[in-house]
Design a binder for this molecule. Structure first.
Ligand code: FER
Length: 284
């Protein structure tokens, strides 16, 4: 595999003139993991430079999900709100390292209050159900409001930590909608919490069954997983990916699993941004 070890250049953390812009959207959904009562949800949408002058007809879309205790803002500004992923993206696009794209940051939480509890069991339930909202409300809204290329080839979903778990759940339940997946420092909890570590083979087997049961067995996919070797999610993601590769998930061009680890990387956005800087140009 190509060496994904470049550091984000210092200046990429600074704002550029004429970068992209951020919009807030709200939409109606329902509490899928409960009584299906109505709920207002929000998400942030990054539109790259040039979007308004219509220099490009339609854009790819990357969805990015935050981790446990996070919010719609978290992926963009990090846990300590000191950095901005969007400055890095602006620089990458301006330098011709990344094709312009739309980025959407939603939340699996139903309210800001709910996220403050950082209850990992509750987050595990919410990430399991999130695919319903993604399919029924979020994707249709994004595709109707923005100039997107509305097909699976041009849709990617990535996430950090519990957002990584969400990413795996989107793969299992929405492979017809999304082809590209970027789970970062998070394993699939389909068997149990951190089941990638405790039951890696069973996780791989059950994932395969889900995909077969939903009629997705013939669909292509492209997974690009990344974590740090000092990350608390490393043991789980590492064991799961190795089991998936041993189980034949990585058959090449059309069914590809790429996996990388970053020396000394820990469970925080500073490293997640390094991973994104390195791998995003190759994700779609
Ligand atoms: C994991 C290890 C930790 C993981 C998630 C976490 C989804 C989340 C921790 C937290 O939110 O405190 O392997 O995978």
């Amino acid at each position: 595999m190509k060496n994904y070890e470049r550091r984000v250049p210092e200046e990429y953390y600074l704002e550029i003139p004429c970068g992209g812009r951020l919009e807030e959207i709200t939409y109606d959904s329902v509490i899928y993991c409960g009584d299906r009562s109505p709920v207002k949800k929000r998400a942030l949408v990054y539109l790259p430079a040039g979007y308004d002058d219509k220099s490009i007809e339609a854009y790819k879309v990357l969805y990015l999900m935050h981790g446990g205790g996070g919010s719609e803002e978290e992926f963009i500004y990090g846990q300590d709100r000191k950095l901005s992923l969007l400055h890095i993206i602006d620089h990458m696009i301006a330098a011709g390292e990344l094709e312009p794209l739309i980025i959407v940051t939603p939340s699996f939480y139903y309210s800001a209050e709910q996220s403050t509890t950082h209850d990992i069991k509750e987050a595990g339930t919410l990430t399991k159900f999130y695919h319903n909202e993604f399919r029924n409300e979020l994707v249709p809204l994004i595709d109707s409001r923005y100039r997107t290329i509305a097909d699976r080839e041009h849709r990617a979903f990535g996430g950090f930590s519990m957002g990584g778990e969400t990413t795996w759940e989107i793969m299992l339940n929405c492979l017809d909608l999304v082809k590209h997946f970027m789970p970062l420092s998070g394993d699939c909890w389909i068997v149990e919490e951190k089941g990638g570590a405790t039951f890696p083979e069973k996780t791989s087997e059950l994932m395969r069954k889900y995909i077969a049961d939903r009629g997705y067995s013939d669909l292509s996919y492209n997974v690009f997983a990344f974590t740090g070797d000092k990350d608390i999610a490393f043991p789980a993601l590492d064991a799961q990916i190795k089991a998936m590769i041993a189980d034949g998930w990585n058959t090449g061009e059309d069914r590809s699993i790429r996996y990388g680890t970053w020396a000394e990387g820990t469970h925080c956005y500073q490293y997640i941004y390094e991973y994104i800087y390195n791998i995003l140009p190759d994700v779609f």
